[in-house]
Design a protein around this ligand. Structure first.
Ligand code: T46
Length: 137
C-alpha cells in the first residue's frame, strides 16, 4: 500500500530547529486530540484499525517501525526524524514495533478518543473492508 509521508518545513538556525504543524494545512484534518507513547521497553503496540479516525504519527525522539495494512497489501515504514510525519487514514490496520531506546512517538488524531472506533481483531477488520467494498460496488 502507498505510504503517505509528510516532510515538514524545518525552521533551522543557530538556535536549533522548529517545526510547526497546522490543521487542514500541514496535515489534511482538524486536530481533535494529541497523545504520545514513550517508555515502551520495545514492546509491540497497536494491532488495530480505526473506523473513522485519521492520524499523523511523528517520532519526536529515537525511532520505531510501523506496519500498515489496508486489507489488500502491507507496507512497513521506519520513523526516525521529528521532521517527518506518517499519515494513517481510517481503516488501516497498524502495528508499532522496533522502538529504540528513548523513543517518543507523538500522534495527532482527527477524533476524540472513542473505543467504539477501534477494530482490534484482524478478522473483523478484513470483514469490514470486504463489506464496504461490496457496498460500494
Ligand atoms: C493508535 C496507536 C498509534 C486513552 O484513554 N485515550 C487515548 O486517547 C488513547 C489513544 C488511549 N487511551 C487509553 C486506552 C488504553 O487503556 O490508553 C490505553 C492504551 O491504549 P492502546 O492500548 O490503544 O495503545 P496503543 O499504543 O496500542 O495504540 C495507540 C492508540 O490507542 C491508537 O489509537 O492508533 O496508538
Amino acid at each position: 500500500m502507498r505510504l503517505e509521508i509528510i516532510n515538514f518545513r524545518v525552521n533551522e538556525d543557530e538556535r536549533g530547529c522548529l517545526v510547526a504543524i497546522e490543521e487542514n494545512k500541514t496535515i489534511p484534518f482538524e486536530i481533535k486530540r494529541v497523545y504520545y507513547i514513550y517508555n515502551t521497553n520495545d514492546k509491540k503496540r497497536g494491532f488495530h484499525a480505526h473506523r473513522k479516525t485519521k492520524q499523523l504519527m511523528v517520532c519526536l525522539n529515537g525511532s520505531c517501525s510501523i506496519l500498515l495494512d489496508d486489507g489488500y497489501s502491507r507496507s512497513e515504514v521506519t520513523l526516525d526524524s521529528p521532521s517527518k510525519g506518517l499519515l494513517i487514514e481510517q481503516m488501516v490496520w497498524h502495528e508499532m514495533y522496533n522502538f529504540s531506546d528513548r523513543c517518543i512517538l507523538m500522534v495527532l488524531a482527527s477524533e476524540p478518543y472513542d473505543e467504539n472506533d477501534y477494530i482490534r481483531n484482524y478478522c473483523d477488520f478484513i470483514y469490514e473492508i470486504n463489506n464496504s467494498k461490496n457496498l460500494n460496488s
